[in-house]
Design a protein around this ligand. Structure first.
Ligand SMILES: Nc1ncnc2c1ncn2[C@@H]1O[C@H](COP(=O)(O)OP(=O)(O)O)[C@@H](O)[C@H]1O
Ligand SMILES: [Mg+2]
Length: 410
C-alpha cells in the first residue's frame, strides 16, 4: 500500500486529492480538500503568499479527511508557455532471454528524453504514446514481449523554469515538496475520456476560471496540448462591465440565470447595480446575449486550436467540454452548433472507489485525472517520478556545463 497525493492549483480554487494505492495498482480515494484561490493569473503564480496559504489549507483538509499526512505532491500546471513535442527512443534488449522488462521500458523512455532544451525551460513529463518491438508497430505494453530492439514514441512536455519555480515556492512555503508535474490538459483529458474515445479520436476542452486547457487524442494517444488565455471569469467580467455590477453580483447572475442561446422573451432578472442597493429588473435576454458572445468566442478559439492539430472530422468521439465553466446552461448546444457536426458532450469524471461521487463534478476533472493518470504513470512506467530526478540531473549538468555559470550549484 502506498499513498498518492496531487494538487490542482487553479485560478479560482485549489483542489487536493489523497489516494491509497493497493498492490493491484488501483487507486482508492481517501481524502479531498479545496480552498479558494486568487493568486494565479494565466497559469502563473502572481501572489505567492496567498497561493501558498490556499495550498496549505487544501492539503490540511485533505489530510484530515484521509487521516494521514503527505509530504510530496504531483502538481498540475497549465499555461500557454507549456509546450509538447513528439520524440523517439531506441534501446537494444540486452538480457540473455531477450524478454523486455520494466527497466527496458524505462531506458527507452529515458532515451527519448535526451534532446537539448533551451536554458530557460525544463522537461516536466515524458508521456509514452506507443512502442515498437523489432520494427513491429502499435505495441501498447511491451513488458514480457521478446525482441532485440525496443523503440518508443513519446510526447515530451516542457515548461518555463520561472513558472515551475513559482509553483515550487508556493508548495514549499506551505511545507511540502513537488514530486512531479502534470499538464492540466492531460489530467482532465484522462478523467473524462475512455481508452475507446482516445482510440477513435477525441478533444477535451477544460474551461476553468481564467484559462482553457485543450488536449487532442488520436489513435489512442495524445497528439496536442494547448492552453488558451480565456476562461469563465471573462464571462463574469463582461457581465460586470456591461450591466454595471460588482464582480460578485455578476458571478451570481452568471450562475443563477446566465445561459447561452435563446431564452424566453419576457423573463426578467433582478440586478444589483454598483452604487445602489435596490435590485432592478433587466430582460434575461440581455444577460444571455452577453454570456453567449463570450462563450462563442471561447468555443471558437478552442475549435481553432483543435483544428490546427487535426481536422474535426477525424475526432469520431467528438468534443468533450469539462471544467467548472462547462456547466454554463446551454453551452454544449452552443458548441454543437459551431462544431460542424462533431458530437459534443459535457465530461464528468468517472467515480473512484472510496469517497463515492466526491469528484463527480466537471470542476474536478483535473483532480480526478491527476489521480487516474498520475498513478498509472508512477506505478506502471515509473516515468513521472523519474522526471523529477531528471529535473535535478539537468540542473546539475546545467551548473557544470553552463557557460553562464549558474551560481546555485544544485
Ligand atoms: N454552474 C455553473 N455555470 C457557469 N459557470 C460555472 C458554474 N459552476 C462553476 N462555473 C465557473 O467555472 C469557473 C471555475 O472553474 P474551475 O474548473 O473550478 O476553475 P479553476 O480550475 O481555474 O480554478 C468559474 O469561473 C465559475 O464561475
Ligand atoms: Mg480547473
Amino acid at each position: 500500500m502506498s499513498t498518492f497525493a496531487a494538487i490542482d492549483i487553479g485560478a479560482t480554487k485549489v483542489a487536493v486529492i489523497i489516494a491509497e494505492i493497493d498492490d493491484s495498482g488501483g487507486p482508492r480515494l481517501a481524502g479531498i480538500g479545496t480552498a479558494t484561490n486568487r493568486g494565479l493569473s494565466k497559469g502563473h503564480v502572481v501572489d505567492t503568499e496567498s497561493t501558498a496559504k490556499a495550498v496549505a489549507e487544501a492539503i490540511r483538509k485533505a489530510e484530515s479527511m484521509a487521516s494521514r499526512k503527505v509530504s510530496d505532491l504531483t502538481v498540475a500546471i497549465s499555461g500557454d508557455a507549456i509546450q509538447s513535442s513528439p520524440s523517439r527512443g531506441l534501446v537494444p534488449i540486452l538480457n540473455p532471454g531477450q524478454t523486455i522488462t520494466r527497466e527496458d521500458v524505462h531506458r527507452v523512455i529515458n532515451h527519448s528524453k535526451q534532446t537539448p532544451l533551451p536554458e530557460d525551460r525544463e522537461l516536466i513529463l515524458a508521456v509514452p504514446r506507443s512502442y515498437r518491438v523489432d520494427g513491429r508497430s502499435g505495441v501498447v505494453k511491451p513488458v514480457g514481449m521478446s525482441g532485440q530492439r525496443l523503440e518508443a514514441e513519446t510526447l515530451l512536455v516542457t515548461a518555463p523554469t520561472v513558472q515551475l519555480d513559482g509553483f515550487t515556492e508556493c508548495v514549499q512555503q506551505a511545507g511540502f515538496e513537488v514530486e512531479s508535474w502534470m499538464p492540466k490538459a492531460l489530467a482532465s483529458g484522462e478523467a473524462v475520456t475512455k481508452p475507446g474515445d482516445r482510440e477513435a479520436g477525441v478533444a477535451v476542452v477544460d474551461i476553468g476560471g481564467d484559462a482553457t486547457d485543450v488536449a487532442v487524442y488520436l489513435d489512442g494517444s495524445v497528439v496536442h496540448l494547448q492552453t488558451l488565455p480565456v476562461g469563465s471569469q471573462h464571462i463574469t467580467k463582461d457581465i460586470s462591465v456591461l450591466l454595471k455590477t460588482s464582480i460578485a453580483e455578476a458571478e451570481r447572475l452568471k450562475l443563477d440565470a446566465g445561459a447561452c442561446g435563446k431564452v424566453a422573451e419576457d423573463e426578467a432578472v433582478y440586478v444589483e447595480q454598483s452604487g445602489t442597493t435596490q435590485r432592478r429588473p433587466f430582460e434575461r435576454r440581455v444577460l444571455a446575449e452577453i454570456v453567449t458572445a463570450r462563450a462563442k468566442e471561447m468555443i471558437c478559439m478552442a475549435l481553432d486550436a483543435i483544428e490546427d492539430a487535426v481536422p474535426l472530422s477525424r475526432l469520431r468521439s467528438g468534443l468533450v467540454l469539462t471544467g467548472g465553466g462547462s456547466q454554463l446552461t446551454g453551452l454544449s448546444e452552443l458548441a454543437q452548433s459551431l462544431a460542424k457536426g462533431t458530437p459534443v458532450r459535457i465530461g464528468f469524471p468517472e467515480p473512484f472507489p472510496g469517497l463515492g461521487d466526491a469528484l463527480a463534478g466537471p470542476e474536478f476533472a483535473t483532480s480526478a485525472g491527476l489521480l487516474r493518470f498520475g498513478v498509472r504513470l508512477r506505478d506502471q512506467e515509473g516515468v513521472a517520478a523519474e522526471t523529477g530526478d531528471l529535473r535535478k540531473l539537468i540542473k546539475s549538468f546545467g551548473s557544470i556545463f553552463s557557460t553562464k555559470g549558474r551560481e546555485d550549484g544544485n
